[in-house]
Design a protein. Structure first.
Length: 290
């Protein structure tokens, strides 16, 4: 009688050992976010076509505007002409599209149930957004590096000091951070990737072209010039040009943001983040609570 009892106890012990869960260790928000960032980067590595927008597209824009349209757009006062003046505009456009990357990626993760699976784990819900933001900034930084190398090949040079150059790159990344919140808001509000693509193309392209990015604003009609000079992207682009020594001095009749572009860019970044971040968090919480 003792033998079956012992066998039963041993079997019960084996079953208990089999269903025993591993110990859950508490981790910080930073570590959780870095794990999700790593997951997003692995996704990009396995689907390298996701890098087309920060590799092939920026190079194509640089070469297209430098050699096709460059001869038709005169920019007086720039040390190396239009090609050098152009680089800040293309970089500003590329970093602005960080919102596009975040919106599409976040919507896809929500539709596929990946966000729900992550939220079912013992992690801070904010880690999903922080991880997506970090991976998006790294993604956009690749495009900035590739554009810098392409610009050097077509004659672009940084003509100011190292500190000014680094500040210009920091402004680009800070602008990308603000655009990420716009992307989170759109990605949380839209119900499909197709809807995100339609909305972002319909809004981002006019915003990036109706600015001091690819052509000087002086030749624009009155109303368009006012809109372009008050476009937040114009102050970013002008600030980067000044810090790199590629700028053309603006006239006394230029709008206030172009007169003080660095300060204006910092104000725009803070304002956009302060407005869109709470709306984005609310939209994300509402979307993932369904």
């Amino acid at each position: 009688m003792s033998t079956p009892t012992t066998s039963a106890q041993q079997g019960t012990g084996r079953r208990d050992a089999h269903i025993e869960r591993p110990e859950i260790r508490r981790t910080s928000l930073l570590r959780q976010s870095l794990v999700i960032t790593r997951r997003n980067l692995i996704h990009i590595r396995r689907m390298p076509e996701m890098l087309l927008d920060v590799t092939i597209q920026p190079v194509m824009f640089v070469l297209l505007f430098a050699f096709v349209f460059g001869g038709s757009i005169a920019v007086g006062g720039s040390p190396a002409g239009y090609r050098e003046w152009l680089m800040a505009g293309i970089m500003g456009q590329t970093i602005a599209f960080a919102s596009f990357i975040v919106a599409v990626g976040l919507t896809a993760d929500i539709d596929k149930g990946i966000v729900d699976r992550l939220r079912s784990l013992p992690i801070n819900p904010a880690a999903v957004l922080v991880g997506r933001s970090i991976s998006s900034l790294l993604h956009s930084s690749i495009g900035v590096v590739i554009m810098s190398l392409t610009g050097l090949a077509v004659g672009w040079r940084i003509r100011e000091g190292v500190l000014d150059a680094m500040l210009a790159y920091a402004l680009l990344l800070s602008w990308g951070f603000a655009m990420i919140w716009v992307g989170i808001l759109v990605g949380s509000a839209m119900r499909s990737v197709e809807a995100v693509n339609g909305l972002m193309f319909a809004t981002m392209f006019p915003i990036t072209f109706l600015a001091d990015t690819f052509a000087p604003t002086e030749a624009m009609p009155g109303v368009l010039r006012t809109v372009a000079e008050w476009n937040p992207l114009s102050s970013l682009v002008q600030a980067v040009r000044e810090l790199w020594g590629n700028d053309v001095p603006v006239g006394p009749d230029a709008a206030l943001p172009l007169q003080h572009p660095v300060l204006s860019t910092l104000i725009w970044v803070a304002l956009i983040t302060a407005v869109t971040a709470p709306l984005a968090l609310r939209a994300f919480a509402r979307r993932t609570a369904d």
